[in-house]
Every structure is written in structure tokens, then in C-alpha cells.
Design a protein around this ligand. Structure first.
Ligand code: NAI
Length: 251
């Protein structure tokens, strides 16, 4: 079986992805700030908002693994600095460290969001941020171009999509490692309530009406697993919505 590292493994989509991949025979090493609720093949407790903590986690991770699923994330009700660190800068650092350990044919999957769909409007800014070479430089960039609390979640999901799409070109061509995003619509997990607070009751009601119900985590997990698997070996640099058709209803 394959060895797959999953962040955010202790709740919601991450926990379900771990369960699904283990059922399919993978060896799953989880990373989270909280203890996992399910049996894993390995677990590393780490705060993924800190570069030093990510580097420390890498000391405990296997020398080689086949895929990395970046599922840890915080909602936009968290402080902007934390959203920047966990949802973008830390995630990017994880990818950069992981790609040294993932052999040709391996994959990285980053969880974005359909709320990251407005990136064309800020493409230049996101490209400039994507070009910052590391965590520290990213922080310095953001210190000069502060991001508003109200839109920080969307901003960093957009930035994640732009970084994933641009960086994946280099890694796929150069190393044979694929990298893609999955963009869920509303999913029934503990942070769904934070999205109501973030977006307002009205928007959430409207979206819920358009698709009738939020997704269950087990409707997202198999898609993440697919993007880790051989069967998706010619898919790289895409952002795949898993939203019950919600995004299509805006056209
Ligand atoms: P969740 O809150 O159930 O799980 C998030 C996990 O990430 C938790 O186990 C948490 O401990 C971990 N985590 C957060 N900050 C961390 C840190 N600093 N260090 C280590 N671990 C940390 O949320 P859910 O819904 O499973 O979210 C997973 C991903 O899906 C997130 O990136 C979220 O933004 C994204 N997403 C969720 C949607 C939803 O409606 N639930 C919609 C679209 C995207």
C-alpha cells in the first residue's frame, strides 16, 4: 500500500479522508494540533501555523511517502494572521518540504474552497504572493499588503489556488509530482457554523436552497483519494469543485 500524509486528520474532511484511504489499503500518517479520533498508522501532533513546528514534524515523518493531503484549515472567523499561516503559508511550506520526499508519480492535494473562486480579480496580487520564496517572505509581503478580516478566508483560498496552479507546472514537469486543489462547497463539519458567521445567514440560506443540503465529508474524501491515486496520473494543476453544482448555479 501507499503511505499518505494527511493534515487536519482529527476532524471533518481530514478524518473522513483518512478513514477512506485506510479502507482502500493505504498507510495513513496524520498531522493535527488535536489528537485524532480514529486509528491511524502514525500521528504527529503539530501546530501548522508555525514554520518551526512544521519543520519539527518533518523530523518525525517518513523519509519517503507517496502523497500529501493538506486538509487542515481554519475559518475566516479566526484572526487574519492565523488564517494566513494555516491556510496558506504553512500549507505552502508543507508542500515545499514534502516534495523532496515524494517520489515521481506521487501527488499533493490541497483543500481550497468554492469561496476561493474570485481569484481572477486579484490575480496579480496572488501571483506576487505566490512568488515569495518562503514563509518569512510571505509574512513580510502580507505586512505590507494587509488583508481584511471580512474577506481573509476567501483571499487565502484564492491565493492557495493560484499558488497551486502555478507551482504545479514546475513540479509536474520537473519532478513528476502532481499537485491539485479540491474546492468543496458547504460541508457538514464542525466549522460549518463559522461559515454562517463569516458569510451571513442570508447568503448561507440562499446557497443551501440552491443545492438543498451541505455535502457530507464522505462525499469529498473519495475525490481527494482519487487525486492521490494512479488513476488521476494525468491530472495536474486543476482546482476541482466538489460542491453539488453550487458554483454552476451562479451562471
Ligand atoms: P474541521 O474544523 O472539521 O477540521 C479542520 C482540522 O484542521 C481540525 O482537525 C483542526 O484541528 C485542524 N487544524 C486547524 N488549524 C490547525 C493548526 N494550526 N495546526 C494543526 N491542525 C490544525 O474543518 P473541515 O470542514 O474538515 O475543513 C477541512 C478543510 O476544508 C479546511 O481547509 C476548510 O477550509 C476546507 N473547507 C471546508 C468547508 C466546509 O464547509 N466545512 C467548505 C470549503 C472548504
Amino acid at each position: 500500500g501507499k503511505t499518505i500524509v494527511i493534515t487536519g486528520v482529527s476532524s471533518g474532511i481530514g478524518a473522513e479522508t483518512a478513514r477512506f484511504l485506510r479502507l482502500k489499503g493505504a498507510r495513513v500518517i496524520g498531522v493535527d494540533r488535536n489528537e485524532p479520533l480514529l486509528t491511524l498508522d502514525g500521528f504527529i501532533k503539530a501546530d501548522l501555523s508555525e514554520q518551526a513546528a512544521i519543520d519539527a514534524a518533518f523530523k518525525q515523518l517518513p523519509e519517503r511517502f507517496d502523497a500529501l493531503c493538506n486538509i487542515a484549515g481554519v475559518p475566516g472567523t479566526a484572526p487574519v494572521d492565523l488564517v494566513a499561516r494555516v491556510n496558506y503559508l504553512g500549507l505552502r511550506h508543507l508542500c515545499t518540504r514534502a516534495v523532496e520526499r515524494i517520489p515521481q508519480g506521487g501527488a499533493i492535494v490541497n483543500i481550497a474552497s468554492i469561496l476561493g473562486a474570485e481569484w481572477p480579480a486579484r490575480l496579480d496580487v496572488h501571483k506576487a504572493l505566490a512568488e515569495t520564496p518562503n514563509f518569512e517572505a510571505g509574512l513580510a509581503f502580507l505586512a505590507k499588503k494587509p488583508v481584511a478580516q471580512e474577506t481573509c478566508y476567501q483571499y487565502f483560498k484564492e491565493a492557495l489556488i493560484v499558488w497551486t496552479l502555478t507551482q504545479s507546472q514546475k513540479w509536474f514537469l520537473g519532478l513528476g509530482v502532481r499537485m491539485n486543489c479540491v474546492a468543496p462547497g458547504p460541508v457538514l463539519t464542525p466549522i460549518l457554523g463559522d461559515f454562517v458567521q463569516m458569510l451571513g445567514e442570508e447568503r448561507v440560506q440562499k446557497d443551501s436552497h440552491r443545492i438543498k443540503r451541505p455535502a457530507l465529508a464522505d462525499e469529498v474524501a473519495p475525490v481527494v483519494a482519487f487525486l492521490c491515486a494512479e488513476e488521476s496520473r494525468w491530472i495536474s494543476g486543476v482546482n476541482l469543485p466538489v460542491d453539488g453544482g453550487l458554483a454552476s448555479t451562479y451562471y
